[in-house]
Every structure is written in structure tokens, then in C-alpha cells.
Design a protein around this ligand. Sequence first.
Ligand SMILES: Nc1ncnc2c1ncn2[C@@H]1O[C@H](COP(=O)(O)OP(=O)(O)O)[C@@H](O)[C@H]1O
Ligand SMILES: Cc1ncc(COP(=O)(O)OP(=O)(O)O)c(N)n1
Length: 266
Amino acid sequence: MTPRTALTIAGSDSGGGAGIQADLRTFFANGVHGLVALTAVTVQNSLGVQGFTEIPADVVAAQIKAVASDMGVNAAKTGMLATAEIIRAVAKTLDETSLDFPLVVDPVAASMTGHSLLREDALEAIRTELFPRATLITPNLDEVGLLTGISVTDPESQRSAAEALLEFGSRWVLVKGGHMRDTAECVDLLTDGREFVSLSGPRYETENTHGGGDTLASAITASLAKGASVPEAVAAGKKFIERSVAEAYSLGAGVGPVSPFWVLNR
Ligand SMILES: Nc1ncnc2c1ncn2[C@@H]1O[C@H](COP(=O)(O)OP(=O)(O)O)[C@@H](O)[C@H]1O
Ligand SMILES: Cc1ncc(COP(=O)(O)OP(=O)(O)O)c(N)n1
């Protein structure tokens, strides 16, 4: 049987923990066929990002058109988009394909080691060009701060931030709580402005969370590709990332990746 398809528009991580590498293995683990529009090649390992080169915007657009016109896209996600020019090209191409698929926008601004993954002005372009086209956006707390100026420290400020982010035009917002490190639970807040869903799970004692945001957004995208509603897809994504953090492993001298390998034994 032909599986459903999910498209990732994102950068490559030479260390294999985040970016398209995380997206493709998560799509595979969730039973969907992964399609790729590569935006940048990063040079990175467990210690951080040493640099990146972006792919020309017209080549990013051509990759999207090639797969959308021939194979069809059931859902898509964006990760590292590198430049405002690429972001504008992605937005224009998504409009031109006129396919009605759910779009998850993970507004990746920097690696967890603090290295910027966006050129100047690109985060603003994500906000204006992609958020209004997004079914769901999935910022972490650093990205929430950059986008809204709100410092999330508790459930009240998490809710205020989610409401502020909705003003940027996406249908749903998921404010991830992984960075609220002094809480015993990891609580992500999902809302469309009417419904507020707190997704809570254990906080595992590990430094190895590289690729966590990509893995969560990809698992959600895979479920959307299979026809789940946004609340169903986010609940399934949260279960997937929880297990992947629980089984994260050390690799290299720095931060290791979350692990999707548990799916092989389920
Ligand atoms: N130590 C942890 N234990 C369990 N879940 C975690 C842990 N750290 C992060 N998560 C979960 O992983 C996902 C990504 O979280 P977060 O760290 O907030 O984003 P990002 O990886 O984009 O910086 C969220 O669902 C969050 O709740
Ligand atoms: C190529 C590439 N894309 C994205 C990231 C960031 O990964 P993410 O899962 O958001 O978060 P961290 O693992 O950096 O917390 C990356 N490093 N490289």
C-alpha cells in the first residue's frame, strides 16, 4: 500500500540528530513517506554549529514544486529556513502549489548550543510570511521570547504567550515547555484561542535532547498526514517525543540526540 507523504522543508545536520535527519527518521517511524526540500547544509556536531551554507531560494522552491506536482503532499513542516529570501520563496511556492495540506511551522532560530540558524531579519519573515499560512506553530520558550517579548516562567505566562502568538495568524499554537527546567513535568500548551490543552509528561533527567523540537514537530506532521486532527496529532507527537527523550543517548563530547530507536522494539 502506498503510504501517506510528509514534506520537510529544513536544513541538514551533519551530526544526524536534528534537521532533516531527525525529520525523516521520525516520518519513517510513524509510517509516512518523507519528502525533502533542503534549505541549508550545517556543519555541526554534539558540541555545536560551526557554520552553515544556505541553498539558493529558487532551488528550495524547485524541490517543493517537484515533489508536490508529482507525488502529492499530505502534510508539511518547516524547520531551519536560514534566510528571509528562502522564507519568501517557500511562502510563494506553497501558495502556488494550491494544495490544501496542513502546515506545521517550527520557527527554528538557534541551536540549543546558542548558535544562530537564521540570517538577520529571517525570524520576522517567518512571522509575517509563514505564521498566517500555518495550521500550527511550535515555538520553544527562547523563540517565544524573541517573537513576543514574553518571558514564560509559569502556566499563566505560557497562556499569555500562546494568546499573543495566535495574533500572528496561525490556526493553532503549541508553546513547548521543555526549557522551563525547574518544573518536575514538561508541559506544552496547545490552543486555537477557544480550546486550551495542557500536555503534561515526566521531565527526564538527561542533557541529551538534541533534535527534540524537530522530532516533536515531525511526529505531529506525520499524524496530520495520516488524517488526525490537530489535538490528536499533538497528543500523539507528545507521546512520541517523551519516549524518544527517555531513550536519548550520549554521542560525542557534547549533547546527544533524542532516540527514535525504541520504535524498533514496539
Ligand atoms: N527532559 C525532558 N523530558 C521529557 N520531555 C522533554 C524534555 N525536554 C524537552 N522535552 C519535550 O520535548 C519537546 C521539545 O521541547 P523543547 O525543549 O521545549 O523545544 P526545542 O527542542 O525546540 O528547544 C517538548 O514536547 C518538551 O516537552
Ligand atoms: C539543521 C538543524 N535544524 C534544526 C536544529 C535545531 O534543532 P532543535 O530540535 O530545535 O533543537 P536543538 O536540538 O538545537 O535544541 C539544528 N540544530 N540543526
